[in-house]
Design a binder for this molecule. Structure first.
Ligand code: ADP
Length: 205
């Protein structure tokens, strides 16, 4: 039986985590693409072993973890290596995310993925939900959260698909430009909707 999956996305600092936490409070399992991406290269994983086989042990920190800064620098300057890494990791990440979905016990599951559209994951979910705020708010909230400078945030924003593209592709949109307290009501309404949709989805399966 295929489970009903909602893909939650939004640009950096839009409020994906904040929204996902509200769904989690309602008992909905959250599969976080960023966490899965970390798990597939954790010490002892096949992913990390494959990276070491390819790049050599210098890609590890002294305590045996993946040296992300080194890897980033390597793939930044070498397109072919970036391609190799993507070919290795994307299927692993996908597989693990869908294992987690399969093992969840609930009417529907939410996948949180910052690059849902960019990585084509939107094609594998039943419905997409975009958390939307202006780029100005993205910058100010991210600067405050991560203590980074605005230039850095702006360059991340421009590497992600644009606000209008995301909105055009979204089935549902949560406007997060107001107070956090306003989100609860929107999440509750969407939850009801997803329960309804997942019921129909299973009946037709
Ligand atoms: P994302 O997961 O999309 O990067 P977060 O959920 O971490 O975004 O939100 C970014 C930051 O903005 C966090 O520090 C969060 O607490 C804060 N935040 C989220 N929603 C609001 C809001 N409506 N008003 C003010 N701050 C918010």
């Amino acid at each position: 039986m295929a489970k009903f999956i909602v893909g939650l996305t939004g640009g950096i600092g839009s409020g994906k985590t904040t929204v996902a936490n509200l769904f989690a409070e309602l008992g909905i399992p959250i599969v976080d693409a960023d966490l899965v991406a970390r798990d597939v290269v954790a010490p002892g994983s096949h992913g990390l072993q494959a990276i070491v086989n390819h790049f050599g042990v210098d890609i590890l920190t002294p305590n045996g973890e993946l040296d992300r800064a080194k890897l980033r620098a390597l793939i930044f300057s070498q397109g072919e290596e970036r391609e190799w890494l993507n070919q290795l990791l994307h299927p692993m990440i996908r597989q693990e995310m869908f294992n987690q979905v399969k093992n969840a016990h609930s009417d529907y599951v939410i996948i949180v993925a910052p690059l849902l559209f960019e990585n084509g994951l939107d094609k594998l979910v039943n419905r997409t939900l975009v958390v939307d705020i202006s780029p100005e708010l993205q910058v100010s909230r991210t600067v405050k959260r991560d203590n980074v400078d605005a230039t850095q945030v702006n360059s991340i924003i421009s590497s992600q698909c644009s606000r209008s593209e995301k909105l055009a592709k979204a089935d549902d949109v949560i406007d997060n430009q107001g107070e956090v307290s306003a989100l609860k009501q929107e999440v509750h309404a969407l939850h009801q909707r997803y329960l309804q949709l997942s019921g129909t989805h299973i009946a037709h399966d």
